[in-house]
Design a protein around this ligand. Structure first.
Ligand code: PMP
Length: 473
């Protein structure tokens, strides 16, 4: 078969391969018993019919918004075009934009809405995914979006939609502590995949999959945080990403791409593509002109760039899986707050994509400066006491305490961090918190997003002093 996708010297492709969507029946093997048994809500499932021209709806128990006391809603926001220095400076005074939510949008914000999210926000986010990941929505593309109350809400629902008690799950290790209890409560077998300064170790993943015991059900899911990982701060290289995607295709698992730090990338080289993007650009095999899509479920979040308290995240991925997650929403919290969705959409549409992206550049620049401050203080106070790799995205330093012991890997940071370090006035997290099996860890996670330069200097001085005292004592 003739290929329309020649390789460039650096392994990219000159032309895009054809998209091949996996059939709906493929996902049968991935849905949990619970998800298969969950019926659509008899009312919410009919919401879209209310929009049929000429139909008078007597359907839902929606309150009449005219009884609500809110009559108008407006807010002001920073205008990134007028504040070149971005957040964290005083230069925004008087350079704000005023956003008025019109009466129709306000009525939408005060009312129940579609389970997946309000259509205007969904369309805006689809446009963003196209811009950032090159994926367009439409027949044959095989993906859609739904909004959630933060990405955590959606990750939880995705886990519930796919995992049965006793299933095996592939998790990068160390892993975001917020997902460990999800897997534990389902009594999952969490298979830890090593990570290093280049992100998830695809060779370790390959070994585990190739040596998988015959007769044992293979893992359905790999959970990974590819940019500025929580807790390690590391960003996976493009080579690792390609290899992981290849393994997902060979061994049939879905990649949970949990990516709240995507817009907080401040590395010196260009940002590697997301898994969501890669699966549509990497041919299924070297001689193919097709890219099979549908093995990536991507989670985005506005928590680190617009507001954590608004609780807006979104999932992009195979429609069958998102449908199962939406049925969960329809029986749990019904939907994400309409009002926060309307506020979010009003700001995003007032800004437009380019201004939004300028804002995210300002935010990532802010974190880069914070990272530099932390790095300087680490060098000053922790040299010889700890080892680390400087992060290129996100808000975490992950450092290994160098013990006096012969085998530093046996050093456990927990006692030091929770005991003398805290007594000496510094609070951080011991590495064990991020290990699914809770074993000892010589690592510490320090978040550098909030403390001022003076606080960072003092915190690391105290930590260094504590370690030295412990060693001499
Ligand atoms: N995933 C990771 C890796 C995170 O660090 C966080 C936030 N701490 C979340 C998900 C949850 O983010 P959200 O506020 O969007 O629910």
């Amino acid at each position: 078969m003739a290929s329309n996708s020649a390789r460039t010297p650096n392994g990219g492709h000159l032309s895009k391969p054809k998209i091949k969507k996996l059939p709906a029946s493929y996902y049968d093997q991935f849905l949990s018993i619970n998800a298969k048994e969950r019926k659509p809500s008899p009312i919410r499932g009919l919401f879209p019919l209310e929009k049929t021209p000429g139909v008078i709806s007597l359907l839902a128990g929606k309150p009449n918004v005219s009884t609500f006391p809110f009559t108008s809603f407006s807010f002001t926001a920073r205008d990134p075009l007028q504040s070149p220095s971005g957040p964290g400076t005083d230069e925004n005074n008087g350079k704000e934009i005023s956003v008025q939510i019109d009466s129709q949008a306000l009525a939408t914000g005060l009312q129940y809405g579609d389970t997946a999210g309000i259509p205007s926000l969904l369309r805006w986010l689809e446009g963003l995914q196209e811009k950032m990941h090159g994926r367009t929505v439409g027949e044959g593309e095989g993906w859609k979006i739904c909004v959630g109350s933060g990405s955590q809400d959606l990750i939880y629902k995705a886990v519930a939609a796919m995992i049965n008690p006793g299933d095996s799950i592939l998790v990068e290790s160390p892993v975001y502590a917020g997902v460990i209890p999800m897997f534990q409560s389902l009594h999952c077998d969490q298979i830890e995949i090593d990570t290093d300064a280049h992100g998830i170790c695809s060779d370790s993943l390959r070994k585990i999959l190739e040596e998988w015991p015959e007769g044992k059900r293979k893992p359905k899911v790999l959970y990974t945080v590819p940019y500025g990982c929580n807790p390690t701060g590391m960003t996976a290289t493009i080579e690792r990403r390609k290899d992981v995607l290849k393994l997902a295709r060979e061994h049939d698992f879905i990649i949970f791409e949990d990516d709240p730090y995507y817009y907080l990338y401040y590395g010196s080289s260009s940002r590697p593509p997301s898994y969501f993007s890669l699966e549509a650009t990497e041919p299924s095999n070297p001689s193919s002109d097709e890219a099979e899509v549908g093995r990536v479920l991507r989670f985005d979040s506005l928590s680190k760039i617009l507001s954590a308290g608004m609780r807006i995240g979104w999932a992009s991925g195979p429609d069958i899986l998102l449908g199962a997650m939406e049925r969960h929403t329809a029986t749990s919290n019904l939907q994400t707050s309409s009002l926060t969705q309307v506020i979010t959409y009003s700001l995003l549409s007032t800004w437009g994509y380019d201004t939004f992206l300028l804002h995210t550049e300002h935010v990532s620049q802010f974190y880069r400066e914070k990272r530099d401050v932390f790095q300087k203080a680490m060098k000053k106070h922790m040299s010889g006491l700890a080892e680390w790799v400087q992060p290129e995205a996100g808000m975490f330093f992950w450092f290994k305490l160098c013990g006096n012991e012969e085998n530093a890997n046996d050093t456990d940071s927990k006692a030091l961090i929770e005991g003398p370090a805290f007594t000496n006035g510094v609070l951080a997290l011991p590495g064990t918190v991020f290990l699914p099996n809770g074993r000892k860890s010589p690592y510490v996670r320090a978040s550098f997003s909030v403390p001022s330069e003076e606080e960072v200097e003092e915190a690391l001085r105290r930590l260094g002093e504590t370690i030295k005292n412990e060693r001499s004592g």
